[in-house]
Ligand binder design. Structure first.
Ligand SMILES: Cc1cc2nc3c(=O)[nH]c(=O)nc-3n(C[C@H](O)[C@H](O)[C@H](O)COP(=O)(O)OP(=O)(O)OC[C@H]3O[C@@H](n4cnc5c(N)ncnc54)[C@H](O)[C@@H]3O)c2cc1C
Length: 472
């Protein structure tokens, strides 16, 4: 490190003290969320590579949000909830020294209301036996396709062999396979993240709620969290393991990328500059234009990555005396009454208010069809709560008409772009093939949700396929 710095210094005739530190590594990884942090551990410990992990936030873990309630001392996870026991998940937790177990599910009393009016909706969820039967049919219909997109698109079929089922709008797929009774659960668990779920392509709904999730809900697969119920514990363990190889609060500001190696100019939040010289680059951030700006994409990279559209997800913890302890208030369009399960909220929308237990905290999520500011998302939550109180669905706890302004936001995180997707026509024109042709181009490899699906343990399995290819 110092040698390289000294060499650069003498080359330009100034003293090393004036130059940024130069870090030389086999692999630079950008993004310390699920896919990047896992890859960093594997590259360093299993493949004996020198690595540096560049993370914008002041901690690893991406979508993990573990909040400590100062009133009770309890921990609440309002980002990632659980890990599916998929691929390397169990072994990885064990290796990181983080014991896991299956958390109990709180039973909440559901209220259904159309958040656009605040009015109660006489919605009847399917009977449990009907839901389970529909979920089984869903699994039977989709399991044959799993090989094409899990844990990544490594076996994606040729352009003219893509199963038409995967390119159907989800509502058509639902009717074709008679799985309406599964839709409510699919949407409420994770499907809402894709935005307009009934119009989304089935392929992308399966990316949000795929066969591994179906198996978990059918009792054929496990899911777990750390015993401590502090999901951040996993990433704290990874951080401790990687030590000084992690650069927190750091972003790349400019780069020179070639098939022979990369020079990355980085800056910390407090202005400290460093230069990374790396043989290979692993991108583990969402490949949206704003994130890609410092990486000087060439025309091929731009033409592929610019095709992506995305939805956005925000999540937070709120408190308000009108919200029902032990309850969940679910955004349910009036048209869904009593059992029109495909009448779902259209983005941008507030998903629901969920009581978190043991406190006065409620988890709330907002889904957008594109970029939504955190301020606008919080306004949507305030306005929806005001409508729920105005319509009498929730008690108006104060005579003050501005009661909604009293809604307390204890925590809020804008998770930004997620569920990257392309159109059916683009998929038929070979979008996935073009996307995967980027692997290894200009010495750059790609991981993360855009190249796989939005689940932590599936991304780890995806990394397990990617890394040997990257090092071959
Ligand atoms: C509310 C919510 C709940 C979820 N619940 C679950 C769940 O229960 N189970 C599950 O398996 N999955 C869940 N997910 C999805 C899961 O978290 C994601 O699929 C997964 O984290 C994606 O991993 P990734 O590596 O692609 O990106 P991320 O985990 O988002 O990691 C990207 C990392 O890169 C950093 N970064 C961004 N830009 C830059 C930059 N320019 N330079 C440096 N670093 C940068 C970010 O800070 C972040 O740490 C949930 C997601 C959300 C939003």
């Amino acid at each position: 490190m110092r040698v390289a710095s000294g060499f650069l210094a003498s080359a330009v005739g100034v003293t090393a003290a004036w130059l940024p530190e130069v870090i030389t590594r086999d692999v630079a990884i950008i993004g310390g969320g699920a896919s990047g942090a896992y890859a960093a551990v594997k590259l360093k410990e299993d493949f004996n590579k020198t690595i540096v992990l560049v993370e914008k936030a002041n901690r690893l873990g991406g979508h993990i949000n573990t909040y400590e309630d100062s009133k009770t001392g309890n921990w609440y996870d309002f980002g990632v909830q659980t890990w599916n026991d998929y691929g390397p998940a169990t072994a990885f937790f064990e290796r990181m020294g983080v014991p896991v177990s299956t958390p109990g599910r709180a039973v909440l009393v559901s209220r259904y209301a159309d958040f656009t009016t605040g009015a109660t909706v006489n919605f009847m969820p399917p009977a449990n036996a009907d839901r389970v039967a529909a979920l089984s049919r869903f699994l039977n219909a989709t399991a044959p396709y799993e090989q094409y997109f899990l844990p990544g698109y490594w076996n994606w079929p040729a352009r003219d062999s893509i199963p038409e089922d995967l390119l159907l709008p989800f509502s058509d797929f639902v009717d074709k396979y008679d799985i309406r009774d599964a839709v409510h659960q699919v949407f409420q668990v994770t499907g809402m993240g894709v935005g307009d779920m009934s119009e989304a392509l089935t392929l992308y709904v399966l990316g949000a709620f795929g066969p591994p999730m179906m198996r978990a809900f059918l009792g054929q697969g496990a899911s777990f969290t750390p015993d401590t119920r502090r999901n951040i514990a996993l990433y704290e363990a990874i951080q401790a393991r990687l030590g000084a190889d992690v650069l927190l609060s750091t972003v790349v500001t400019a780069s020179v990328r070639t098939s022979l190696g990369h020079v990355l100019y980085t800056k910390t939040a407090d202005g400290k500059a460093r230069i990374i010289v790396a043989r290979k680059l692993l991108m583990a951030i969402e490949p949206i234009a704003a994130n890609m700006a410092p990486f000087s994409l060439d025309l091929t990279e731009q033409s592929v990555l610019s095709r992506f559209k995305f939805s956005t997800v925000q999540a937070g913890l709120v408190a308000h005396p009108s919200l029902p302890i032990n309850g969940t208030v679910i955004n349910t369009p009036a048209a869904s009454a009593p059992n029109n399960y495909l009448a779902l909220p259209k983005p941008d929308f507030v998903v629901r208010f969920d009581y978190m237990g043991g406190s006065d905290l409620f988890r709330v999520m907002v889904v957008g069809a594109g970029a939504v500011t955190a301020e606008r998302a919080r306004d949507m939550v305030r306005q929806d709560l005001a409508r729920l109180m105005g319509a009498g669905t929730l008690p108006a706890v104060t005579a003050n008409p501005a009661a909604a302004a009293e809604l307390e936001f204890r925590a809020w995180v804008n998770h930004g772009a997620m569920h990257m997707h392309a159109s059916a026509d683009e998929l038929r024109e070979g979008f996935i093939q073009k996307l995967y042709a980027l692997q290894g181009r200009r010495g750059t490899w790609w991981t993360g949700g855009a190249f796989s699906v939005q689940f932590q343990s599936i991304l780890w399995a995806y990394d397990d396929v990617l890394l040997p290819k990257m090092l071959a």
